[in-house]
Design a protein around this ligand. Structure first.
Ligand code: NAD
Length: 402
């Protein structure tokens, strides 16, 4: 198999190459952080993570396996290496996760394919039955630009747009580090409907129905889907925009799923997570600039968190073990793990910086360098201790892929 030196190739908000050693180092770092926090008392035994290869889903799988000692099944949509093309970062992450989990004696099979399809749901259920028997936790962490409806074959596309009126606001061109104004036209009805169909609660419900019918949910099984609210300055594009409409749809679905799970004595939850750098969040206008400012403020206050710290707290302080502290659950019953991001002193500091930020002072007033470094690291680049001059094997197989 050919070896090559791999460089990042960034196109807008994605990087089309990924570094296998860098991705492996990222996964190992998250595993080490999780293990350093000690075992999770009363944690899950068998976990299904839908969207398990990057971002919040990968971190959830790591915390479940290396914090709680759970066997896990991961579902994701990633690209293996082909010829001169590297695999996607999520593929390399999943390979590394699987090999580390196996070393700890944990079962960690993965299914690569379209989670929205009936076929992948069926294969996942077979895999759970064969490998784990049942699962007592289902994490729903998909972020996708499109979904093919399994019944009608219609292709729904999600859009990241305001609703009702155009929105003009500051954003940053992450390639060039330039702050500029952007005007986003409001979404059409079709785009709103498409975003809700892709990122709303419909597919989560279909998954939970299928898992229940497949008899692979253990007694007391719980499911969690991830949401975001954020501060007012992102609301025109997030909470009040198309993606916010989809997240509101999750708020409706959670009640229905909760009812569905009464037959196994289970519960459904939404967790509201903080803003972090992932492939999904870097595609949203305005959000990368907000994250750059947020990181600056939270790092200065010593309360910065990435995906694995967030998921560590979700499992340790919200889902398992400890009694829920006041403020851990909001009026709508959502588990709030965005508490540090939403602290009034943090938001006040970001608000004060927001009107002052320009291309000239971007690196001084915000942690744009930290943002850019984390973005590259998503693809395994700029990771400490990795020799990027050395040629590496591009193909890495997922041994236990079903
Ligand atoms: P991500 O892009 O890092 O991960 C998305 C995952 O979904 C990957 O594992 C990918 O393989 C998988 N996926 C996408 N399409 C798929 C398909 N058709 N079939 C199977 N798998 C598919 O995204 P993320 O930022 O970790 O987002 C996960 C969830 O967390 C989303 O619901 C998002 O809204 C929510 N969230 C994100 C943030 C943030 O700042 N990133 C904050 C709060 C909540």
């Amino acid at each position: 198999m050919a070896k090559a030196i791999i460089d990042p190739k960034i196109k807008g908000f994605i990087c089309t190459t990924a570094h296998p050693i860098g991705c492996a180092a990222n996964v190992l770092e998250q595993v080490r952080r999780t293990e350093a926090d000690g075992p999770i008392a009363g944690g899950p035994r068998g976990v299904l993570v839908i969207g398990a290869s990057t971002g919040y889903g990968l971190a959830s799988r790591i915390v479940a396996a290396f914090g709680a000692g759970a066997h896990t099944v991961g579902v994701f949509f990633e690209r293996p290496a082909e010829g001169a093309r590297t695999a996607s970062a999520g593929w390399y992450n999943a390979v590394s996760f699987e090999s580390l989990a196996k070393k700890r004696g944990l079962r960690a099979p993965s299914i690569n394919g379209d989670a929205f399809s009936d076929e992948i749901k069926g294969r996942t259920i077979d895999c759970i039955r064969r490998e784990l028997g049942k699962v007592d936790l289902v994490i729903y962490s998909l972020a996708s630009p499109r979904r093919t409806d399994p019944k009608t074959g219609e292709i729904h596309r999600s859009a990241l747009k305001p609703i009702g009126q155009p929105f003009t606001g500051k954003t940053v061109n992450t390639d060039r580090g330039l702050v500029h104004e952007v005007t986003l036209e409001p979404a059409s009805e079709e785009e709103i409907r498409g975003t809700v169909a892709v990122m709303g609660g419909d597919d989560w419900k279909l998954w939970m129905q299928a898992l229940l019918e497949g008899n692979v949910l253990a007694k007391g099984a719980r499911t969690v889907a991830y949401s975001y609210i954020g501060p007012q300055l992102t609301w025109p594009i997030y909470r009040d925009g198309t993606i916010g409409r989809a997240k509101a749809d999750l708020d409706g679905a959670v009640g229905e799923i909760d009812k569905l799970l009464t037959s196994v004595g289970g519960r459904a939850h939404i967790a509201v997570n903080k803003a972090v750098v992932t492939q999904a969040s870097s595609a949203i206008p305005v959000v990368p600039l907000y994250i750059s400012l947020l990181f600056k403020v939270m790092k200065e206050k010593g309360i910065h968190e990435g995906c694995v710290q967030q998921m560590g707290r979700l499992f340790r302080e919200r889902l398992y073990g400890k009694e829920l502290l006041p403020g851990a659950v909001d009026g709508l019953g959502r588990l709030r793990i965005d508490d540090l991001e939403m602290q009034p002193d943090v938001q006040k500091a970001v608000e004060n910086l927001w009107p002052r930020i320009t291309s000239e002072n971007l690196r001084e007033l915000s942690d744009f360098d930290g943002y850019a470094a984390e973005f590259l690291q998503l693809f395994g680049f700029g990771v400490e201790g990795v020799d990027y001059e050395a040629p590496v094997e591009m193909a890495k197989a997922l041994e236990d892929l079903r």
